[in-house]
Design a protein around this ligand. Structure first.
Ligand SMILES: N[C@@H](CCC(=O)N[C@@H](CS)C(=O)NCC(=O)O)C(=O)O
Length: 228
């Protein structure tokens, strides 16, 4: 595993505690969610690359951190968390600066629901290990259309969910957890799966707003130290 510093350093350390360490891979949308959230919260972190293309997630060293052998993994002193959803809820509790969940219970639930749809009903259906398996079993064309139909189904559900709540961001004028999960997923959907976002005008508007944020830009794959 390579170790390097993020290209952009954010000013705030995790209070006076140990430095946060993020195991990440530049192309991972799950790790991107965490990078985006850390930047929004102004938390600096050490970037440790796990090269998924070279299979570094399968090393015994990494398996000790996450027996599922996926990135991201966040290490905060003695605390090791290995799922982006759990990581973000942890960060929200431990580092409440720049809240990523609104106080209003309904808006909070919509943020959690959006994050859950992305992390449970969209991304797992096109992830690397599944894609490799499908490419062998059904071939690249069916693999692509499988990914596309699942992404579109998930986006349609979120488009309907957010219709009455979205403004510049998914649930209003502030960037929250829903945006943190949506923006990287939309980027993957357009770049890797050629999804036409004009079918999802609300999501497209939210994505355009996120793209203008420096915290999103510096968390993007091509800005990471391990980008190729
Ligand atoms: N639910 C997990 C999913 C993690 C996940 O699927 N990570 C992908 C990258 S986005 C991965 O490490 N894939 C490695 C593989 O498929 O071998 C999360 O949200 O963190």
């Amino acid at each position: 595993m390579e170790s390097s510093s993020p290209k952009k350093n954010y000013p705030i350390d995790s209070a006076s505690g140990p430095k946060l360490i993020l195991y990440s891979y530049w192309q991972s949308s799950c790790a991107w969610r965490v990078r985006f959230a850390l930047n929004l919260k102004g938390l600096s972190y050490e970037y440790r690359s796990v090269n998924l293309a070279k299979g570094e997630q399968f090393t015994p060293e990494f398996e000790k951190l996450n027996p599922l052998m996926y990135v991201p993994v966040l290490v905060d002193g003695d605390v090791v968390i290995s799922d982006s959803y759990a990581i973000l809820l942890y960060l929200e509790e431990k580092y409440p600066c720049k809240a990523l969940l609104p106080v209003d219970p309904q808006l909070k639930a919509i943020n959690l629901q959006t994050a859950s749809i992305v992390s449970s009903s969209i991304q797992p259906l096109h992830m690397l290990s599944l894609s490799k398996y499908m490419a062998q079993k059904v071939g690249p064309e069916d693999q692509l259309s499988w990914g596309q139909s699942n992404i579109e189904q998930g986006f349609l559900a979120i488009e309907k969910l957010l219709k009455d709540f979205a403004d510049r961001y998914a649930t209003g004028k502030e960037v929250y957890l829903a945006d943190v999960f949506l923006a990287p997923q939309i980027s993957v959907a357009t770049a890797r799966f050629s999804i036409d976002m004009s079918k999802f005008p609300t999501l497209n508007r939210v994505y355009e707003t996120c793209k203008a944020l420096p915290e999103f830009q510096s968390s993007s794959p091509e800005k990471q130290p391990d980008a190729m």
